[in-house]
Ligand binder design. Sequence first.
Ligand code: T46
Length: 132
Amino acid sequence: MKKPYQIQFEQIGAPHLGYISVAEIQDNIPFEIKRVYWTYFTPNHVERGNHSHRALEQVIICVAGTIYFEFESVGGETFEFELDEPSQGIYVPSGYWRRMKFSHNAVLVCMASQLYDEADYIRDYNEFKKYI
Ligand code: T46
């Protein structure tokens, strides 16, 4: 089973110029991007996620603020990440339950391998733990 991992994007630029980082398929994005979405203004007492995806793969970037992530496999293996740099991302394979907490100023950008499809979600934790 594929595992989540952190991606360090190249920071092109310099402190006195600012920076650009680039996400490109076949380089640092391991799938063809079909959809991009972003979340923002999440109050810091709110936990987002609490679902898994059957097939969706994602690369998630925190372009502002701080986001804390926890991923859990069906077998119970957990992976934790805290993103607080716009040059960092996470590759998230399908099949992981996720929980996310945000600083109020956090902006999450997600590049996804599939179009939006509610049937791809597993939103019940007990159903997820039985999923093969
Ligand atoms: C994940 C994190 C990073 C749409 O209508 N279209 C879309 O493309 C998306 C992503 C969502 N929605 C609707 C479906 C729900 O009614 O927006 C509502 C909230 O969506 P969701 O429950 O997916 O939101 P998050 O922030 O908990 O999770 C999302 C991703 O789905 C998830 O896989 O990793 O962002």
